[in-house]
Design a protein around this ligand. Structure first.
Ligand code: NDP
Ligand code: 2IT
Length: 454
């Protein structure tokens, strides 16, 4: 293997990207996330030799700690099953590791590391004292009984508990991990540690340490930041046609807030397909199907037989719309979908999901003057409200819905202003990808330099 400590003629950024590829073979999502950040801030890094002198990029792309563990559990038939659990403690320069848990069959180290890497900069953007982490498992909660999910969560926590804590690492939800899973995880953590340590997990129930608005926060925060962009354009959500992929936590509450602000949400989806209802999606039906009975989006047609259904999720991007809010998963918008969206008149893309657009799609949006609000800014409302939940836990207090909502709005507005002003400072007006990456990077990198070689 090439000796990466040796300085070569290659640019610092290129050397680091190559190093990440060689050291993390096959982990393409992680390579992509690193490339997205480093390519965009290349001129900034070249203008600041202190980052290379302090080996900041080598350190920033290497997680501080990675935990991989066995999760044995028994299904309802009494058969023993084994999954793999992960917690990637990526960076603690700004605070304890913080980030969600994803339970999905596609989970592997490349996805865990991309999410934890992204989380580090996202958390920096919130202005709250939280470092970056992520975890999860290749366990698939779909089709499992509540009892099976509980046994899995208990086994998962029986290992995870020794790595987390309110001042160490604070997990929360992500794909496949919602209120039910956080409940089982918290119960087991409490039982093993003999402590009601509310600040060790976020997304808890309202009566046992949870924060009002945490459920809605990712989707609401996304709509708040898109609304800031609209205001800058002298526009509003009123009458705008919005397409939202996914129909989980992020998607549902983005739809709810967008509708409240006067938008027409014309389509939503899940991993099987997409529904299109030109009069506007009836969100109560979606909530009943998805949150009420863990059903499939196709069941929308049972209540609204005039709606259309496409049994390919990605076809959602073929619709005419003003605003696209990808809220399902990574790489759901590739160059073909980006071309369709641009052709059909999209003006703003707000990334609710993490890394929903490929690098080619991002570039295509930018050259076609579509405002792209990158995930680390656009979906930061979720983790920011998790940090508000931690503050309430530390004070043994709870705030009203209105108080938390006001703080969330302020945080989203600040993020937008910071990234917009920074982009402008470097003559990259409207390049919110650059702005978000520079603001996040600078905070983390400078804290790392101040804290010495750790
Ligand atoms: P949920 O599990 O609540 O919902 C996920 C939704 O996305 C479901 O509709 C699901 O469909 C769909 N989906 C998942 N995987 C795929 C796939 N491979 N292909 C197509 N559709 C898929 O998760 P969340 O809403 O919490 O998460 C959605 C996105 O938002 C993720 O990228 C997550 O990282 C991000 N996010 C979440 C935050 C949170 O606080 N929850 C905060 C910030 C970002 P199906 O039911 O068919 O699987
Ligand atoms: O991607 C994310 O920011 C989340 N899944 C939320 C993390 C959190 O700690 O609330």
């Amino acid at each position: 293997m090439k000796e990466y400590l040796e300085r070569t003629q290659e640019e610092y950024v290129d050397r680091i990207i190559e190093r990440v590829i060689v050291k993390n073979p096959g982990e393409t999502e992680f390579h992509q996330a690193v490339r997205e950040v480093l390519e965009s801030i290349r001129p900034f890094i070249e203008a600041h030799p202190e980052y290379e002198e302090n080996a900041i990029l080598e350190r920033l792309t290497e997680p501080e700690r990675q935990v991989y563990f066995r999760v044995p559990w028994t299904d309802d038939k009494g058969r023993i099953r084994v999954n793999r659990g992960y917690r990637i403690e990526f960076n603690s320069a700004l605070g304890p590791y913080k980030g969600g848990l994803r339970f999905h069959p596609t989970v592997y180290p490349g996805i865990m590391k991309f999410l934890a890497f992204e989380q580090t900069f996202k958390n920096a953007l919130t202005g709250r004292p939280i470092g970056g982490g992520k975890g999860g498992s290749d366990f698939d909660p779909k089709g499992k009984s509540d009892a099976e999910v509980m046994r899995f969560c208990q086994s998962f926590m029986t290992e995870l508990y020794r790595h987390i804590g309110e001042k160490t690492d604070i997990p929360a939800g992500d794909i496949g991990v919602g209120a039910r899973e956080i409940g089982y995880l918290f119960g087991q953590y409490k039982r093993i540690t003999n402590k009601f340590e509310a600040g060790a997990l976020t997304g808890k129930g309202i009566n046992w340490g949870g924060s009002l608005l945490r459920t809605e926060a990712t989707g609401y925060g996304l709509v708040y930041i898109v609304n800031e962009v609209l205001k800058d354009q002298g526009e509003s959500f009123e009458g705008k046609k919005v397409v939202i992929s996914g129909s989980g936590n992020a998607a549902i509450y983005a739809a709810q807030k967008a509708i409240e602000l006067g938008a027409i949400v014309i389509a939503m989806s899940d991993s099987d397909g997409a529904v299109y209802d030109p009069q506007g999606i009836d969100l109560d039906t979606v909530i009943e199907i998805k949150e009420g009975r863990r059903g499939r989006i196709v069941e929308y047609l049972e209540v609204h037989p005039n709606a259309d259904y496409e049994n390919k999720s990605k076809n959602i991007w073929k619709l005419d719309c003003d605003i696209a809010l990808p809220c399902a998963t990574q790489n759901e918008i590739d160059i073909d979908e980006a071309k369709e969206l641009v052709k059909n008149g999209v003006k703003i893309v707000g990334e609710g999901a993490n890394m929903p657009s490929t690098l080619e799609a991002i570039e295509y949006f930018q050259i076609n003057n579509v405002v792209l609000i990158p995930a680390k800014a656009a979906n930061a409302g979720g983790v920011a409200t998790s940090a508000l939940e931690m503050s309430q836990n530390a004070m043994w207090d709870s705030w009203t819905f209105e108080e938390v909502d006001k703080k969330l709005k302020e945080i989203m507005t600040n993020i937008y202003q910071n990234i917009k002003i920074t982009a402008k400072e470097y003559n990259k007006e409207d390049d919110l990808v650059f702005g978000a990456n520079v603001v996040g990077f600078q905070k983390v990198a400078n804290a790392m330099i101040s804290q010495g070689l750790v």
